[in-house]
Design a protein around this ligand. Sequence first.
Ligand code: BES
Ligand code: ZN
Length: 630
Amino acid sequence: MARISLLILFLLTACADPGPSDPEPAQPDAPKEPAAEGGDVHSFARPDEVAMRHLDLDLDVDFESRRLIGRASIDLERTKGADRLWLDTHGLEIRGVTLGDGSEATWRLGDEVEFLGRPLEIELGPDTETVHVDYASAPNAGALQWLEPSQTAGGEHPFLLTQSQAIFARTWVPCQDSPAVRFTYGATVRVPEGVMAVMSAGGNPTERSADGAYRFDMPQAIPAYLLALAVGDLEFRAMGDRTGVYAEPPVVKAAAYEFAETEEMMVAVEALYGPYRWGRYDLLVLPSSFPFGGMENPRLTFLTPTVIAGDRSLVALIAHELAHSWSGNLVTNATWNDFWLNEGFTVYLERRIMEEIHDRGYADMLALLGRQDLDEQLADFGPGHADSHLLLDLDGRDPDDGMTDVAYEKGYFFLRSVEEAVVRERFDAFIRSWFEQGAFESRTTADFVTFFDKELIAGDEDLASRIDADAWIFGPGLPGGGPAVTSDRFERVDEARRAWAAGEVDASALDVEGWTTHEWLRFLRGLDKPVSAERLAELDTRFELTQSGNSEILHAWLLHAVASRYEAAYPAIEDFLTRQGRRKFLRPLYRAMAESGDLLPMAKEIYAKARPGYHSVSTGSVDTILDWQG
Ligand code: BES
Ligand code: ZN
C-alpha cells in the first residue's frame, strides 16, 4: 500500500506548493500564498529557515478597550544563511519590532489573505537570536471572547477566554501558528482587580495575587494552537494530587463533584499508553458561551459548563480532552489536513478510558452514538465526497471546514477496525510506540502510513490483506461498512421505542429503569420526525424532558419540539439558546428552525437576543444558517 499512498501524498503536496511559477505574486518577495515549506498551507511561517523555539509574553489585559497589549519576545533557531523571520498575525496592531541587541528591526506586514491574516516579515541581523514584537490585539480578535459581568455565572466580574485552535493564536500572539512548530513559553499577565489569570502552562495560581500580575512557565514545547489564557473570577478546588478544577464560585462545587473521576481516568490511560508527561492536569469550567465542549489546552483543559449534568453522565468529554495529552498534544497533527491524527486517535483513547471507568458495553454505547453522527454527516456529504477522506485537502479553505465527524468518528472506526484485525494487545503496543516515538513532535498522515507499514504490517501479507488502510485514509465513506458494533442496552431501547412509536404501549408503560443519558439519546434520536405534538406531550408529561437539566438530552428533545411544532417547549428553546453558546447545540437547532420555514422568524428573534452572548466561532456558523445581516 505504501507506494500508492506515497504517490497520492506526493501529488497533494505538489499541488499545495506555491512554487516560483505562481502567477502574479502580490509583492516582490512576498508569497501570495502561505509558504508551504513545512507543508502547512495555513501558515506564513517558514520554520525550515527560522523557527521560533521560545516565546515570552508580557501582556496587559484591558477589558475596557478589549485588547491585549504588550510584547512577545521570540527566541529563534536559524538555519545557515536564513536572515528573515516569518510570523503569522491576524488583526494584530504591530507597534514596533526590536532585535535582541536592542536595535530597531526592519519589518513589513504582507497583504491580508482570507482566513489566514497577514505575514509579519522581520529582517534579522547576522547574530540575532531573539526578536521583540510590541503589539496589541484587535477588539474583535477571533480567539478572544470578552464577556460582560452579566454573561458570567457570578455576574460580578468580566471574563476573558481564548480559543486558539485551529488558526486563531495569531489573533492574540504574533507567532508561527502552525501545528508543526513547537516552542516553550513563559508569560507575565497583568489583570484588573477582582479577577485571576490562568494559562495552558505551569504556575497557575490558586489564589488571587496582590498586585494583579501572574507569572507562568511552560517548559514543555507546544504548538501555537495550544496557547491559552483565561481571566475571570475563578476559584480553585483540588480533586487529587495532580488534578483540580477552576470555575466561577457559583459553579466550582458542582464541577468538583462532576469531574471527580479525572484522576481515575489518568491512571487508566497511563496504564494503557504510557506516563502523563505534563505535570498537573487541571480543568477550567468557562462561562456558558464557550463555543466548544472542551479544548485540550495543555495542563488546563477548557470546558463548557453544559457537561455538568449532576450525575457524571457526560464525562466522556473529560476522557476525550485528557486523551489529547497523548494524541494531539504529545504527538501533534503536522497540518490541519492531518486533523484525524489528533481527533480520531483521541476518540479511540476516549472510549478505551470509558471502558476502563465503566465497561465495554458503556464504551460501545458511545461508539454507536458516534456512528449515528458519522452516518448523518456522510449522508449530508453524499457519496464520494473528498471531505469524507481521513486525509483532507483544506488548501485555500478555513481549517474549520475539516472539523467534521469524519476526523473524529471515521478516524475512530478506522483505528477500531485495525484493533479488531490484530487483537488488542498488539494494537495497544503499536499505539504506545506511536506516542513514545513521536513525543513532542508533529506527524503527517504520510508519517502514519510509514509507521503503520513498518510497525504493524511488517511484511505480514495476510494482515495487509485484511486492512485496507489506503481506502480508509485516502478514500471516501466507510470501507466495508465499518466495524460492526452491537449493544444489548441499545437493543432494549430500540424495542421500547418501536413499541411506543407503534402505539403498543403508552409513555406511562415505557420501562426506562436504569436508563442513562446514552439510552435517552438513543431513544430520542431514533424516533422518526415528526412525532405528533400530542405524543411528544405524552412523553413530556411522563418524563419532563422540556425541564431536563441534561444538555444533551434537552438538545435532542428540542429538535423534536421544532420538528413537531410542540409549542409547549418553545420557551425552553429560547432559554436553551440564550443561556449557552456551544456551537454543537446551536447549529442543529437554528438549522432545524430555519429549514422549517414557519419557525424562521422565531429563530431570528431568539438569535437577535442571544447573539451578543455568543463567541465568534458560533456566530460565524449561525450567521450563515440564518443568513444574518446583523
Ligand atoms: N480540539 C477539539 C476542539 C476543536 C477542534 C476546536 C478544532 C477548534 C478546532 C476538542 O478536543 C474537541 O474535540 N471537542 C469536542 C468534544 C469531544 C468530546 C468530541 C467538542 O467541543 O464538541
Ligand atoms: Zn478533540
